[in-house]
Design a protein around this ligand. Structure first.
Ligand code: UDP
Ligand code: MG
Length: 240
């Protein structure tokens, strides 16, 4: 299978039919064999029914359902375990990411041999005060701490060589730092592609201010774990 498209979602019933139709169109135009894995992260609207209806019409569409809301990281993690494609592409469910980016994101993995390619929403259509300014600060700090040159760590649209998703574990609020986790796991060829960002068409954002506090705590723990594991390796080498 060429591509697994992984889509975590919480209460996105209105977007799902349009999104899956658009993905299917792109896949057909490019002759890609694919699966879409929708992970329903505890929706209380009819998202799960919609996924089942979509699957009845197209068996490339698959669904995982959580009994409650475990968070975007857990949703990505489960889909990574289940995915079968050679390239795995993650995107948000709310139509803010464009499926038209899929062919180039895949090409950069297959031909340019990137381990991970992160989208960069260079022009954003979010509320400037609550999203853009804090996010610039976050990206600058994360880039400095991790020494990874990305502008938009938290972009939902990313592509991966399947080796990466099968080697990493994403939990807590760590989905914001997947490039850092991948680097610590030994995947150093990390690239970036400017991607189109669109206005949210239906529904509302699921992340508030608390994302910054949780996000920072996770960055600290991930840095600590990374440093510690490096020291541990050094110790083991000297210990022999
Ligand atoms: N999401 C999720 N679980 C959560 C919160 C969000 O699966 O607990 C999904 C959400 O449905 C969307 C994606 O993660 O598909 C990004 O969320 P959102 O669009 O609300 O974030 P924003 O674009 O506002 O940063
Ligand atoms: Mg969104």
């Amino acid at each position: 299978m060429d591509i697994s498209v992984v889509i975590p979602l919480l209460n996105e019933e209105e977007s799902l039919p349009e999104l899956s139709e658009w993905i299917d169109r792109v896949m057909r135009d490019n002759n890609f064999s694919y699966e879409v894995i929708f992970v329903d992260d505890g929706s209380t609207d009819s998202s799960w029914n919609v996924i089942q209806e979509l699957r009845a019409k197209n068996d490339s569409i698959k669904g995982i359902k959580f009994q409650r809301n475990y968070g975007k990281s857990a949703a990505l993690n489960e889909a990574f375990r289940a995915s079968q494609g050679d390239v795995v592409i993650t995107m948000d469910a709310d139509l803010q990411d464009s499926p038209d980016e899929i062919p180039e994101l895949r090409r950069m993995i297959v031909e340019d041999k990137y381990d991970l390619v992160s989208g960069w929403k260079k022009v954003r259509y979010d509320n400037t005060l609550t999203k853009n300014i804090p996010s610039k600060f976050f990206n600058a700090v994360t880039s400095k701490v991790s020494k990874i040159k990305l502008h938009d760590f938290n972009c939902g649209l990313k592509s991966y060589n399947k080796k990466v998703v099968k080697s990493i574990e994403v939990y807590g609020e760590m989905h914001r730092y997947i490039p850092v986790i991948a680097k610590w796991a030994g995947f150093r060829k990390i690239g970036e592609k400017v991607v189109e960002h669109r206005k949210r068409k239906y529904g509302v954002t699921k992340f508030g201010w608390d994302r910054f506090i949780n996000g920072f705590l996770d960055l600290m723990s991930i840095t600590f774990v990374g440093k510690f594991s490096k020291n541990l390796c050094t110790f083991l080498v000297y210990g022999e």
